[in-house]
Ligand binder design. Structure first.
Ligand code: SF4
Length: 652
């Protein structure tokens, strides 16, 4: 770490090297390991050797995807460490005396990999001489500033004036924020939920609060006297469920210099003509994160993983899924299949193909989309086994005679999962909202549905992974009601007299190795916004269509298509295989102007609530609300966490 600065001056002072004996400008040169290649010296001091200082991770290169990199064998992830080993060997041989300042006495700064390797070979018992330096006064500019800072914190005058008086309190930001978090209300009123006035003191919610079961003796949110509600601890120590109260608008503290750092000043107003669901989600999770990463583009450089990037892996599986459907049902990715009255083949499973034949189609797609699988390096061989369940020999044998084979591996689970959705008819994959309106689809909600709030509309652009038409009847023969309305479906269908021409399910495809399908699905429904935005955008672009189901399809060890479904549709079509059905929103959602005995469809009420949250998030960004809302689950994955003083550490 920076402590090497403290060690450097005593070493230089004790050096026997004469000054001025060379025509070069000085006897001491400070060089990086790469710049020192080819140089020799009387003494070499290797300093600042921690793994964070000698960063050996390979950064991504623009315009070159992981697949190209793998297939062309370019920019190997182990490239920097191989170079570093070479540089270290050179430095060790370039002087009769080489001093290596080992930073590993400090557990927080382990030595960089080449140093660890060298130490393991030459000092296996770790008994190298420890150089003790205990300077009475700090040497480095940083040390001097630090000692001034300590003096100020202890209410003592500093030796030098602060560079920026407004910055003195930055070091207290985290403590102040933690203190405010501790004061967040957490105990419910007698009616089982936090008092209405508590909302302004909230900074964060636990995503588990959105899906909790209602404790015994407490009314569920849908049947409660007031709606929406925020859960809290009730008698017995259980927590009641929460209807997403975001975006949060915490109060300013009244300390101008601190408030101005935390989004309570002017100047950060955003003008975002078109939103994407992922951008909205960033702002929803934490406005500061949305602003820094999407507004100011202050994210850290992406680094290469040694294995395949998880996004590349996910994209590959999604494409195999798409190819399987498109090739079987005869349409192109991104286009809408004409399907409705009189259409014959509705789904892959009902096309007459056996599972083994479907597996052949899926493997042909995999082979064409991932030619790098043919390479024999460890990453490709491992991925081949994960994706197909085949080793290299079996794969090569299949390539020479590509016939039907039993489903196995991740690709096999995609094939098998299609049987569980046999009665849903896919009509579009990767549908682009820009196909309907280049400027994005305008999403708005009426004031009564937004709880009396007038929310400005937003324009949204993005891609819907998969759209299925659902049968009107249990025999799955009728797909279109010719007498249905040809106008855009109202958000509140109940009591409107509006009748759909087609019924639709929206699916968002996700890949995860760690999350269970049900948890990922409930996150998609209650924590994220894309499902609701996709559903409404499809309805707006397809007058007469009514979305009655939406959910996450998770590609993992097992692929599972989950669907949250309108109860009315689900109970009247209970024998159809449309995916794993859930009724998570049944006890949670109603329209804000409804009484505690609502008659509306909970699925449509969920849709309206998620859209209202999306519009509020966008309105907050427009108004320049860029305050931080730290929580362990969000800060842990925040791309700007290293520049955020109030971040929460995981497990906090
Ligand atoms: S670290 Fe946490 S509080 Fe800071 S910007 Fe990221 S999510 Fe927000």
């Amino acid at each position: 770490g920076p402590a090497w600065v403290e060690e450097f001056p005593p070493l230089v002072h004790s050096s026997s090297i004469l000054s001025g004996a060379s025509p070069t400008s000085g006897r001491v040169r400070v060089l990086t390991p790469a710049a020192a290649l080819g140089c020799s010296a009387d003494t070499i001091i290797l300093a600042n050797l921690s793994s964070s200082s000698w960063d050996l991770r390979a950064s991504k290169l623009p315009f070159l995807g992981d697949e190209e990199r793998h297939s062309l064998d370019l920019l190997r992830p182990d490239g920097p460490i191989r170079d570093a080993r070479h540089q270290l060997e050179h430095l060790l041989a370039a002087a009769p005396e080489v001093l290596v300042l080992d930073p590993s006495l400090d557990d927080a700064s382990p030595a960089a990999a080449p140093i660890r390797e060298w130490a393991a070979a030459h000092d296996p018992d770790d008994d190298a001489k420890v150089i003790h330096t205990e300077p009475k006064h700090p040497f480095s500019p940083r040390g001097l500033r630090q000692s001034d800072g300590t003096s100020l914190r202890n209410m003592l005058p500093s030796v030098r004036p602060p560079l920026n008086p407004s910055a003195i309190s930055i070091s207290m930001d985290s403590e102040l924020q933690r203190d405010r978090e501790r004061r967040q209300p957490s105990h419910a009123d007698d009616d089982g939920y936090l008092a209405q006035a508590s909302a302004q003191h909230l900074f964060s919610i636990d995503r588990a609060d959105l899906t909790r079961r209602t404790p015994a003796g407490t009314k569920s949110p849908r049947l409660h006297n007031r709606w929406p509600v925020v859960g809290g601890f009730v008698a017995g120590g259980k927590r009641s469920p929460t209807i997403d109260p975001r975006p949060f608008s915490p109060h300013a503290t009244g300390t101008e210099v601190s408030d101005s750092r935390h989004g309570h000043s002017t100047g950060a107003e955003q003008d975002i003509p078109v939103w994407s669901p992922s951008r909205l989600h960033y702002w929803l999770k934490c406005p500061r994160m949305g602003w820094l990463s999407n507004g100011l583009k202050a994210e850290e450089d992406e680094l290469q993983a040694e294995d395949l990037d998880p996004r590349t892996h996910g994209e590959l599986l999604h494409n195999v899924h798409h190819d399987l459907i498109c090739q079987t049902l005869g349409f192109e990715i991104g286009t809408e299949r004409p399907f409705g009255e009189g259409s014959s083949v509705s789904s892959v499973t009902l096309s007459g193909m056996s599972e083994n034949e479907m597996m052949r189609t899926a493997l042909e797609s995999l082979d064409s989309r991932a030619p790098w699988l043919d390479r024999t390096d460890a990453v490709s061989t491992h991925r081949l086994m994960v994706l197909t369940g085949m080793n290299r020999e079996e794969w090569n044998r299949w390539l020479t005679d590509p016939g039907p084979v039993p489903p196995s591996g991740r690709v096999g689970t995609i094939v098998r999962a299609e049987s569980a959705v046999r009665h849903a008819a896919p009509v579009c994959l990767e549908w682009s909202m820009a196909d309907f309106d280049e400027a994005g689809i305008e999403i708005s909600i009426p004031t009564d549905i937004a709880g009396g709030e007038k929310l400005p509309p937003i324009r949204v652009r993005g891609f819907i992974d998969r759209v299925d038409i659902l049968p009107m009847d249990e025999a799955s023969q009728e797909w279109l009601d010719p007498d249905g309305d040809e106008s855009i479906a109202p958000l509140r269908v109940h009591g409107s007299g509006w009748r759909p021409r087609r019924l639709v399910a929206i699916r968002d495809l996700k890949t995860s190795e760690s999350k269970a399908a049900k948890i990922r699905h409930s996150d998609g429904l209650l924590d994220e916004l894309q499902l609701a935005l996709y559903a409404r955008a499809w309805e707006i672009a397809h007058p007469g269509d009514l979305v009655v189901a939406a959910g996450i399809s998770l590609f993992s060890h097992h692929t599972e298509h989950m669907l949250e479904m309108s109860t009315q549709y689900s109970t009247s079509h209970e024998n159809l295989q449309l995916g794993t059905r859930t009724d998570i929103t049944t006890s949670l959602h109603r329209f804000p102007d409804e009484s505690p005995s609502p008659h509306s469809d909970h699925f449509r009420a969920w849709l309206a609530q998620r859209l209202a949250v999306a519009l509020r998030v966008a309105a907050g960004a427009t108004a320049g609300k860029v305050h931080p809302t730290p929580s362990p689950g969000v800060c842990g994955y925040c791309p700007v966490r290293n520049v955020c003083e109030v971040r929460m550490e995981a497990g906090f």
